[in-house]
Design a protein around this ligand. Structure first.
Ligand SMILES: [Zn+2]
Length: 399
């Protein structure tokens, strides 16, 4: 039960339309998750009156959010009409900025990509601002996505509520005003989010069944650094000014193999990120039979999958520290699921034991079991997260 915050109460007053809006969202979510589905099935599942469901279905049809797709099998009377989400219409524009590449894409209501363009990310912030605006405007023109909302994922510190990007550490960009500029240029509403939170949001909306069923989970993104996204009670937990979830900088020791992005050798990120994995591999290879400059995380993960001894050992040691940090998150937050995302998950079977011992440890400490799973979202979870930012405003709770 939430305390009512009087500073926000005026926006939460239940107006006569509120109940209708809530029910409409619930019906829309049934069509999203259980389609093809009939009016009768929705009424049975939701315990809403048949006539209420019919009125809502008519409204959703009129709004162009769902379509009828023919009739199903009769269970007695008339054969029921079945519905699913309307596909193929531009519904979300997604912009995904990562240290290496930037992607602009258009998706439909089901999250399916209708158009996509990827280009190299430049360290020149003015050039990037111009590129993103020009390419997004062109894609809106091509796909007829005028007025469609934009979601944007960036690798940095974001005040999501106010659309402010404070800092992109990788390029040291500060107070990047891309959201305002993009909104003016396109006339579309722009929502920005930190990449780890966007990835957690992608898991919430597009992830594994076990994640979809849980309201409280933690996503750990292992990349150049470590990012974490916390989904608490079905929404991203952001903390003051969006700075919550920076567990990559929690103290994990004092002699990490590499420096953290903040310069310290004490942070979890310095022990358990891709950088730490690569450093441990190089260390084992001092007498070297590989060209060191050819080493990148993709190659090393593949070597570990192939069973190359040094890569397997370096990955297991890194996973040991990854597990230590996850153990701290579990004892502190007791999530239903921890999902691990990033390139190293391609070698999940190589190091999974190092992580599973962690969940065993928390059960010994008397906590309810937490499931540890690799992400099922493939190579571009942050792009899906950017789409999720827009879709959450269509499917998410209205209160
Ligand atoms: Zn740090």
């Amino acid at each position: 039960m939430k305390r009512i915050n009087l500073q926000r109460a005026s926006s939460q007053i239940a107006r006569p339309t509120t109940i209708r809006d809530i029910n409409k969202r619930i019906v829309l979510n049934y069509v999203r998750d259980r389609s093809p589905i009939s009016r009768a099935e929705i009424a049975r599942e939701t315990k809403l009156h048949r006539s209420t469901v019919s009125v809502i279905i008519d409204e959703l049809l009129e709004m162009g959010l769902i379509v009828g797709i023919g009739v199903g099998v009769s269970t007695g009377g008339r054969r029921p009409e079945l519905f699913e989400l309307k596909k193929g219409d531009p519904t979300a524009i997604a912009i995904d900025v990562t240290p290496r590449t930037t992607t602009v894409a258009v998706a439909d209501l089901a999250g399916t990509l209708l158009a996509k363009e990827t280009f190299s990310t430049s360290p020149d912030v003015d050039f990037m601002t111009d590129q993103i605006i020009r390419r997004t405007t062109a894609m809106i023109e091509q796909t007829g996505a005028k007025g469609v909302e934009i979601g944007m994922s960036v690798p940095g510190l974001v005040d999501q509520a106010n659309g402010k990007i404070f800092h992109i550490p990788y390029f040291d960009w500060r107070d990047w005003d891309i959201a305002d500029r993009l909104e003016k240029a396109t006339g579309s509403k722009v929502t920005v989010e930190n990449d780890a939170n966007a990835t957690a949001l992608a898991e919430l909306w597009f992830g594994d069944e076990r994640i979809k069923k849980s309201d409280t989970f933690v996503m750990v993104l292992v990349g150049e650094g470590i990012g974490t996204g916390i989904i608490f009670d079905g929404q991203v937990y952001r903390g003051e000014k969006g700075a919550g979830g920076e567990f990559g900088h929690m103290i994990a020791g004092n002699n990490a193999p590499v420096e953290c992005s903040c310069g310290s050798r004490e942070c979890w990120e310095a022990y358990a990120s891709e950088k730490a994995f690569i450093a441990r591999y190089k260390d084992r290879l001092r007498n070297g039979d590989l060209k060191q400059n050819e080493m990148n995380v993709d190659n090393l993960v593949q070597l570990a999958v192939d069973g190359e001894k040094h890569a397997v050992e370096a990955l297991k040691e890194t996973a040991h520290y990854l597990g230590n940090g996850i153990s701290n998150l579990i004892v502190g937050l007791s999530p239903q699921v921890v999902v691990v995302s990033g390139k190293i998950t391609k070698a999940w079977d190589v190091f999974a034991d190092q992580l599973y011992r962690v969940s065993e440890r928390s059960v010994l400490a008397g906590l309810p079991p937490t499931e540890l799973i690799p992400s099922s979202l493939g190579d571009a979870p942050t792009l899906l997260g950017a789409i999720g930012l827009v879709l959450a405003r269509k499917f998410g709770s209205v209160t």
